[in-house]
Design a protein around this ligand. Structure first.
Ligand code: SF4
Ligand code: SF4
Length: 69
C-alpha cells in the first residue's frame, strides 16, 4: 500500500503563496504538482508520488494531506 498527496480544495488559497505560485509545487522534487497558471488551484499527479511529505510541509494553508492509496 502506498501513500499519495492530494490537495483539499476548500483549504487551498493560492493567494497565500508567493506570487500565487503553489509552494507545494516548488517543494515536490518529482514535479508531480502543476498549476495551469499562478493563482490557480494546483493539480496533483499522484502516480509516482512517494508520500515524502515535502509538499505537506511547504503548504502555508495545511491544504495538502497524505492519504493511503
Ligand atoms: S501551497 Fe498550499 S495553499 Fe498554496 S497553492 Fe499550494 S496547495 Fe494551495
Ligand atoms: S508527497 Fe512528495 S512526491 Fe508526493 S507530491 Fe508531495 S512532495 Fe511530491
Amino acid at each position: 500500500m502506498g501513500k499519495i498527496a492530494l490537495v483539499t480544495f476548500d483549504k487551498c488559497d493560492p493567494c497565500q503563496c508567493k506570487d500565487g505560485v503553489c509552494a507545494a509545487l516548488l517543494a515536490c522534487k518529482h514535479k508531480l504538482i502543476k498549476q495551469e497558471k499562478a493563482g490557480e488551484i494546483p493539480l496533483f499527479s499522484p502516480g509516482s508520488c512517494t508520500g515524502c511529505g515535502d509538499c505537506v510541509r511547504a503548504c502555508p494553508q495545511k491544504a495538502v494531506q497524505i492519504y493511503r492509496s
